[in-house]
Design a protein around this ligand. Structure first.
Ligand SMILES: C[S@@+](CC[C@H](N)C(=O)[O-])C[C@H]1O[C@@H](n2cnc3c(N)ncnc32)[C@H](O)[C@@H]1O
Length: 345
């Protein structure tokens, strides 16, 4: 090896050889990010990583057989992830390496949310050239929007919003754009007097929720239905006396038409008289601050913009609430993560 290195140095010169090596290492971070993320997504989606986490170790040949995976593709991906230190592979036996364990912890929601918007990245060239349009030719993986967002929100947004609901002793909670229902499920788990009903306009998302509810519906206190919040369907008979309407990261999808949101809020106030609102929303961060602190908000902004979604400022939300003649009872805005929580009447 040393002889080969000396031969390269003799050929290229020490400075040039050292510079080339450094630049390759720098560039590799980007290339590897893509290859590693794609590989991780595939193993997450087919359930391999969950099985590794639950069982501690998995025989890859058995997994491929039981889950109808192509054994050669699984072997190639596992070998790569072992090489970059995310997995440990010993023959057929695979386990999570410490770095893989971390990826399955707090960052997991971030990985899943990026996977939800993968169609935007996979089609970026076509979007850029105008050959494809988001919405017309491609869309996000909605179930992973719910799963990723639900998992990420468990870290701060849901604890804040659940406290807001519980402190005001609300009992019948209607969640708009409920995603995977993680918010309501946790809420029902905290107080057995609470009943939660989720509405989501995506049939695929609601089918996912109904499958989960068939396994555990918190003793019948958790239900879901497909519906557009702008044209709310009749609620099931057991969902009576809604005293709290919640929405986490649902309204921003319509911030380009603020009057639509104002009318929605006014209509909800009229339909559910006396109800309280608990809203969690993205609040645009200062660009100069973000440049100094390049957090995951940058990726978040990118895939939102690619899917025709805009992020409003905290002030824009206050104005929408004021126009809907709502009073802010409590407000918590966290500029660090670009998220805000509002209790409204
Ligand atoms: C970013 S996700 C947030 C999901 C969930 N609230 C959470 O906290 O993770 C937005 C959700 O709102 C749903 N949604 C968007 N527009 C809607 C509408 N008009 N009516 C009902 N649901 C809607 C989407 O299908 C999606 O599941």
């Amino acid at each position: 090896m040393l002889r080969q290195i000396l031969r390269v140095i003799r050929l290229l010169g020490l400075r040039r050889a050292a510079r080339m090596k450094k630049h390759h290492e720098q560039g590799l971070k980007t290339v590897r990010g893509y290859a590693a993320c794609s590989s991780w997504w595939a193993l997450l989606d087919c359930g391999f990583l969950d099985e590794l986490e639950q069982k501690g170790q998995v025989l890859q040949s058995e997994f491929a057989r039981d889950h109808s995976c192509e054994p050669e593709v699984l072997a190639a991906v596992v070998e790569y992830l072992d090489g970059i230190g995310f997995l440990h592979q010993q023959g057929d036996r695979v386990s999570l390496a410490p770095e893989g364990k971390v990826l399955m912890a707090e960052p997991r929601g971030m990985v899943e949310l990026l996977w939800a918007y993968e169609p935007c990245f996979g089609n970026l060239g076509d979007l850029l050239a105008g050959r494809k349009k988001y919405g017309r030719d491609l869309t996000r993986n909605i179930t992973y929007v719910g799963i990723g967002s639900g998992r990420l929100c468990e870290q701060l947004p849901y604890p804040v919003m659940r406290r807001m609901v519980i402190e005001h002793r609300r009992r019948m909670v209607l969640d708009l754009g409920c995603g995977d229902m993680a918010f309501l499920r946790g809420l029902c788990g905290m107080d057995e007097q609470i009943r939660g009903h989720g509405i989501d306009c995506s049939q695929e998302m609601v089918d996912f929720c109904l499958k989960q509810l068939s396994r555990d519906d918190c003793g019948g206190r958790l239900t879901a239905q497909t519906g557009d919040m702008f044209d709310l369907p009749e609620l099931p008979s057991e969902v009576q006396g809604v005293d709290c309407v919640t929405a986490c990261d649902t309204f921003h999808e319509y911030i380009q038409q603020p009057e639509q949101l104002v009318n929605l809020l006014k209509g909800l106030k009229e339909r559910f008289a006396g109800t309280m609102f608990v809203v969690g929303e993205f609040c645009l961060q200062d660009q100069a601050w973000l440049k100094k602190h390049p957090t995951a908000s940058l990726e978040h902004h990118l895939f939102h913009q690619l899917s025709n979604q805009q992020i409003g400022t905290a002030q824009q939300w206050r104005e929408i609430f004021a126009q809907a003649e709502m009073q802010i009872v409590e407000e918590q805005v966290y500029d660090l993560i670009g998220h805000g929580y509002f209790t409204l009447r």
